[in-house]
Ligand binder design. Structure first.
Ligand code: BTN
Length: 238
């Protein structure tokens, strides 16, 4: 296993993908103090200046059918939640599919990128960005985000990184079984709520009813149809 730490890099996910292509073993990790083009989901950017966040990416090599790939990302959300509980003492929620929330605001984002070869996952990089301090965030981000320093006070970053990685190991061994999904559902802040679903096509409002063991979101539409959503994103109403 390798652990690479950069003062500054474009994106730890990009660095991890390069390492993975060059045969870096399962469990290798890239950490940066600052990212110059941190990436978010759905083509968005992730604000990543120095001293405001923890930016890390783990390389995983799961033997998982592609249809179950969403489990990687939901497992990571559970691992991050457990790591935060261990190191910072607070209980967080998960907004489908893998945002970690505290008191209705985003505390951590996760970007999983997988490479598929011959119908199998060759590697997946799991990028984790945890807000440490939002004090210098632009106003529009500040409104939706929270950070460890507000939620839990001073937190030891090294300990938090270690606890997240440890917990990632734990859930990784359960991939394919869905064993961690019970905790995922318990932590979910969308089940039972009215949500706006943004995936392909027009956004629509529906009620989130459940999340299955492959981390698909099941929603009930206004005309009482049940749909299984496996990509995109939801926002909470109100
Ligand atoms: C999101 O909220 O849309 C996902 C954000 C993921 C951010 C992390 S920070 C470390 C890793 N490197 C990146 O470029 N992105 C992820």
């Amino acid at each position: 296993k390798e652990m690479v730490i950069y003062d500054k890099i474009d994106s730890t996910n990009n660095a991890a993908k390069l390492l993975a292509k060059n045969a870096a073993p399962h469990g290798s990790v890239v950490i940066a103090l600052q990212q110059t083009s941190g990436k978010g989901r759905l083509g968005r950017s992730f604000y990543s200046p120095e001293a405001t966040g923890i930016y890390m990416t783990a390389i995983l090599r799961p033997t998982l059918p592609v249809q179950q790939a969403l489990q990687i990302t939901s497992a990571a959300a559970v691992a991050v939640s457990r790591g935060i509980k261990d190191a910072a003492g607070i209980e967080t929620q998960i907004k489908w599919v893998n945002d970690v929330y505290y008191q209705g605001k985003k505390l951590c984002g996760i970007l999983t990128e997988s490479s598929v070869e011959n119908g199998k996952i060759d590697y997946a990089v799991v990028g984790i960005g945890i807000n440490v301090s939002t004090d210098t965030f632009p106003q529009e981000l500040k409104e939706k985000a929270t950070c460890l320093s507000h939620a839990a006070g001073q937190v030891d970053s090294d300990l938090l990184i270690a606890r997240v990685l440890d917990n990632l190991d734990g859930v990784y061994s359960q991939l394919g079984t869905g064993a961690f999904m019970e905790e995922y559902r318990t932590r979910s802040c969308v089940i039972g709520k009215e949500v706006t679903v943004l995936n392909m096509g027009e956004p629509f409002i529906a009620k989130a009813v459940d999340i299955d063991n492959d981390a698909h979101l099941i929603v009930k539409t206004a005309d009482e149809r049940y749909l299984t959503i496996s990509s995109g994103e939801v926002t909470l109403q109100g």
